[in-house]
Design a protein around this ligand. Structure first.
Ligand code: ADP
Ligand code: ZN
Length: 646
């Protein structure tokens, strides 16, 4: 970095010059010709040594916002990050691009740590990643300051807030940084933060006149599909078969579900592995590595523990059960398509999930934690308000799942934005089951709803969903005979429907607030005020019909669409697969995960443009100077070989 000119420009606050220097560095090191919206502003704040809070959706390019300025600032930038696996990926990626980066964590050996500290003291490092608990160790920040600390970056800053979905107590202590070292600028980054969480971050970190930059939380490349859960394994396999050989994550509530699902997928010939805190550390580590190295396609994980299994090219995320809240859903489904390419988020839900969560939350916290991987959860036994709050959040998730409003719109509005974000059209989003018209609705839904509600009334609101369904389909069993329920006027009203279908319709009515489920030992159904409005014909109802069948996409339309968007050149799918294999080989030889070599977007561009010269190779997005020098020959040879056989 021959940066004398640049640094003078920055000190003189000549913003145009500073931005030009940044763009040049981004092009040279990362091979990106342009900055994304907000990236430029965030970087300008960093260069000016200003505090900042940057909220950018997953895949929005947060890391570049602090990595590029770190190259141009004198000294070292320290990055606080909650997970070692995420730090490791970042560092591998930076090193592949020729940036001096390292990390300090408790998982390293004393020798490794000593060597990193030596590099730090000698002024060779531009970026140092540290775990939050290390940063607040006595004297550590002083040591960093001594070594020329220029900026502190707090990644995943929502972890500092109780109101967030991923509170981490060790983040709380970061508040003391400002008091101890007021001269060091602090920049906080997060992907999803409600206004409340945002305020909390500003306050907890005591940011001074910060630049607050908030992008839309919408993820236009994600397509959402919410389907009532029926035959889970068949539904899951249908999603997986839509994405052959591509990476996916499946989330379940309990460890037991994770193990069962992973085993079932393996039996069906899917390269799937389980991932949760109950596995022994070696197995867990191995499973995670196999996924990151593309030796495994699908990871089945518990929601609370899935954070480490991040891969930028995850093409689908399936929730096999209701997530714990809308914010959690945003975070978990958001692990799909971090590379900006199209990806799918499928939620297979049932109203019964609400009860499962509720039971688990009300049980002793310790017991639930073991089953759920909830080690850092703020919900403690006796904290009734917290439990009630958590149950309420699951309730709003159930309403979201069972509702029929545009999924993108619901999420964006949930986080306090107005729809549509940006200047996009005002019609449907074009990327959810509702707007795509895939959600088959039941004809005469209101009449069907009235039949169900009236049956709940006829059994005097004293029975559960199973019995109500049996009465409606006209079943002949002990209980119906015992209570004389065959004589009810609602007996056999839904004779053509199966028990499963009727129970699903009941679920939907619960989700839409027309039926309440009792809290006691036996989940009896009752009709709410809204339900009575429906019965009186004062409120129409929309119900989704089972089963919902989503036709599998043929070939690789997603990648073709990308190329058509950008250059109009079609992606050569065979070459793309070949380059993917090459990437895997190179990654293996270098001991890094494949996407650190190039992301799918760059591979798609290479498979469309098919460069033949080093210059043409270097001109592809994502190819910086160092990668061009290190990897050019191998990729050009593969592309030339492919041309040869055509
Ligand atoms: P986040 O941390 O916000 O989820 P990342 O920093 O991982 O996002 O970036 C997401 C993807 O976008 C990465 O593959 C990254 O290399 C790419 N990217 C970031 N900035 C740009 C840019 N200006 N032009 C092209 N690609 C970019
Ligand atoms: Zn929509």
């Amino acid at each position: 970095m021959s940066g004398a000119g640049i640094e003078t420009a920055i000190e003189g606050r000549d913003e145009a010059t500073a931005r030009a220097a940044l763009t040049a560095a981004v092009r040279r090191v990362w091979g990106y010709p342009t900055l994304r919206p907000l990236q430029g502003d965030a970087m300008a704040a960093a260069l000016a040594g200003r505090d900042a809070l940057v909220v950018l959706a997953t895949g929005g390019g947060k890391s570049l916002c602090y990595q590029a300025p770190a190259l141009l600032r004198p000294g070292v930038t320290a990055v606080v990050s909650p997970l070692i696996s995420l730090m490791k990926d970042q560092i591998d990626g930076l090193r592949e691009s020729g940036v001096a980066a390292a990390m300090l964590t408790s998982a390293q050996s004393p020798d490794e740590r000593r060597s990193v500290r030596d590099q730090l003291r000698s002024g060779r490092l531009k970026l140092l990643y540290v775990a939050p608990e290390r940063l607040v160790l006595d004297g550590f920040v002083a040591e960093l300051v001594e070594a020329g600390l220029s900026t502190l970056v707090i990644d995943e800053a929502h972890c500092i807030s109780h109101w967030g979905h991923d509170f981490r107590p060790e983040y709380r202590q970061l508040g003391q940084l400002r008091r101890d070292h007021p001269q060091i600028p602090i920049q906080a980054f997060t992907a999803t933060a409600t206004p409340r969480v945002r305020d909390d971050i500003l306050r907890q970190l005591a940011l001074r006149d910060p630049a607050v930059l908030v992008g839309s939380c919408d993820r236009p490349n994600l397509t959402y599909r919410f389907t009532p859960r029926g035959d889970l394994q068949a539904q899951l396999l249908a999603v997986i078969r839509r994405h052959p050989d591509q990476a996916g994550i499946v989330y379940a509530i309990r460890r037991k579900d994770v193990d069962e699902l992973a085993a079932a997928l393996q039996r069906a010939g899917v390269r799937a592995l389980p991932y949760h805190a109950g596995l022994d550390p070696a197995t867990r580590q191995r499973n995670q590595e196999q996924f990151l190295n593309e030796e495994c396609d699908v990871v089945v994980a518990t929601v609370a523990f899935g954070m480490g299994i991040d891969r930028a090219d995850v093409r689908y995320v399936v929730h096999a059960a209701l997530p714990k809240g809308v914010e959690q859903y945003m975070q978990e489904s958001g692990r799909a398509g971090r590379d900006g390419l199209p990806a799918e988020c499928v939620l297979l839900w049932s109203a019964g999930d609400w009860h499962s969560w509720k039971r688990l939350l009300e049980r002793s916290a310790q017991e639930a934690a073991r089953e759920l991987d909830q080690d850092g959860e703020p919900v403690a036994p006796g904290a009734d308000a917290d439990v009630a709050d958590a149950i309420r959040r699951i309730g709003s998730m159930l309403n979201f799942a069972s509702g029929a409003t545009c999924r993108h719109r619901f999420l964006v509005e949930h986080f306090g934005e107005t729809w549509p974000p940006g200047t996009a059209g005002t019609a449907g989003c074009g990327a959810c089951d509702v707007c795509l018209g895939e959600l088959p609705t039941l004809p005469d839904a209101t009449v069907t709803a009235q039949k169900i509600l009236s049956c709940v009334m006829r059994v005097e609101q004293r029975f559960g969903a199973g019995h109500v369904a049996d009465v409606l389909r006209g079943a002949d069993n002990d209980r119906i005979r015992r209570y004389g329920h065959a004589q009810l006027s609602t007996f056999g009203l839904l004779r053509e429907q199966s028990s499963r279908e009727i129970r699903n319709l009941i679920d939907q009515l619960v989700g839409q607030g027309c039926i309440a489920v009792a809290d006691g030992d036996y989940p009896t159904l009752s009709v709410t005020a809204e339900g009575r409005d429906v019965l009186r014909g004062q409120r129409p109802v929309t119900l989704a019909a089972l089963p919902r069948v989503v036709k599998p996409a043929k070939g690789r339309p997603s990648l073709a669409r990308l190329a058509a968007d950008e250059e109009g050149l079609p992606v050569d799918a065979a070459l793309f697969d070949q380059l993917r294999a090459l990437r895997r080989e190179l990654a293996h030889a270098r001991g890094v995960p494949p996407y650190v070599i190039f992301n799918d977007r760059t591979l798609a561009e290479l498979a469309a443009r098919k460069p033949t010269t080093p210059e043409a190779f270097r001109a592809c997005k994502g190819v910086g100077d160092k990668k061009a020098a290190d990897l050019g020959a191998a990729f050009l040879a593969a592309i030339a070989g492919h041309r040869g056989v055509q």
